[in-house]
Design a protein around this ligand. Structure first.
Ligand code: TXA
Ligand code: MG
Length: 343
């Protein structure tokens, strides 16, 4: 981090790492910062500890967890897979916001992988997280540290809001630099496939390993809110978590899409109209090409608007031509229940 306040937060977290690691060793739950979003951790190899994660979050048990490690060499405990491409990806992107889905070894319990024979692995880029995992002495399973369905937490106070009293400890560190969850890349097939888009884009991955990188076709299907999972058309996403409507703010949200000036005007118009009806309206409108900033701020904005008690949220669409824009839009569409108005 380059500012003093952030560094002070990291130092404060580092001071508590020993205590937090002890809790993980004893089968408890600890929330901790990562560069993407805060995670809710437990010993990934202890089924009883992992069961507590699902319970605390209210998470469906078919939704597998990401297993976090602190040294690239620890990957061998979890998977027998190690190809030249995997090694290149580790060299380029770890520690960092890349999760790889690989075939799992038998010691990884079913509850950690939602019954799948693959395991998702990542090495986070946060000093407190790395120290915590190292000291715990075990791989750490961790989904985002929010109540299921709420926006992912990008600040310590978001975790306190959702999980205080439900888990054994919250390691409060710096605010998350990235702000959206890691890119999930399936490496078990012929062609590496992105199951969840993130700040690391298909182009970034392609530049590192060459060859083709595909997107899970399910990422292009914007299911309308009133269609149930069973009835919806098209392929099911390969990352089980991607099928759920996530990140829903309390207010109803609509995305306005179209040419920039028209979007701005339409948001102004709808805002005025609804305010005249006595409704409280929140607006999310990022600068046109500020994709990284949008990723950083989006979840925090949703939580702020919930706090303010708005009735309605109007959000300007980002360009999905850009890889990071696509990743933020993936979250924005879910938050809005796929409600989009084109102007
Ligand atoms: O940035 C992140 O990835 C954060 C931080 C804490 O590391 N974690 C996170 O975890 O976002 P979670 O549980 O909220 O999301 C994990 C995603 C889900 O969509 C899940 O379905 C998918 O990864 N996933 C996990 N294991 C998988 C597997 N074996 N095969 C396919 N998808 C998997
Ligand atoms: Mg999550």
């Amino acid at each position: 981090y380059d500012d003093e306040e952030a560094n002070a937060k990291v130092d404060a977290a580092l001071e508590k790492v020993d205590e937090a690691a002890e809790i993980l060793k004893n089968g408890g739950l600890v929330a901790f910062p990562t560069e993407t979003v805060y995670g809710l951790g437990a010993n990934a190899l202890d089924p009883k500890a992992v069961a507590k994660i699902y319970e605390a979050k209210g998470r469906p048990s078919d939704n597998p967890l990401i297993v976090h490690i602190s040294r690239a060499s620890d990957i061998g405990e979890l998977t027998p897979m190690l190809t030249p491409k995997i090694i290149k990806l580790i060299d380029h992107f770890w520690p960092g916001p890349l999760t790889m889905v690989l075939t799992k070894k038998d010691n990884v319990p079913d509850i950690t992988t939602g019954g799948l024979d693959t395991v998702a692995i990542r090495m986070p880029d946060d000093p407190a997280a790395l120290e915590l995992i190292k000291k715990a002495g075990c791989p750490v399973a961790a989904p985002s540290a929010n109540i299921s369905g709420r926006p992912s937490p990008t600040k310590g106070e978001h975790v306190v809001e959702d999980l205080n009293g439900k888990i054994d400890a919250i390691l409060v560190g710096g605010d998350c630099r990235v702000g959206i969850e890691s890119t999930v890349l399936d490496m078990t097939g012929e062609v590496p496939t992105i199951l969840r888009p993130g700040i690391l884009t298909a182009e970034d991955i392609q530049a590192a390993i060459g060859g083709k990188v595909e997107m899970d076709p399910a990422l292009y299907i914007n299911r309308p809110r009133d269609v149930s999972e069973e009835d919806s058309e098209g392929p099911a996403p390969k990352a089980p978590g991607m099928k759920y409507t996530h990140y829903a703010p309390k207010a109803d949200m609509t995305i306005i899409e179209g040419q920039r000036d028209r979007v701005k005007k339409e948001i102004e118009r709808l805002k005025g109209l609804n305010e005249n009806l006595g409704l409280k309206v929140g607006v999310i409108l990022f600068e046109e090409k500020a994709f990284i900033e949008a990723a950083h701020d989006f979840f925090a904005r949703l939580r702020d608007l919930d706090e303010e008690g708005v009735d309605l949220i109007l959000a300007g669409a980002l360009s999905e031509q850009d890889g990071v824009g696509f990743a933020v839009m993936n979250r924005m569409l879910k938050s809005a229940g796929y409600r989009i108005a084109k102007v």
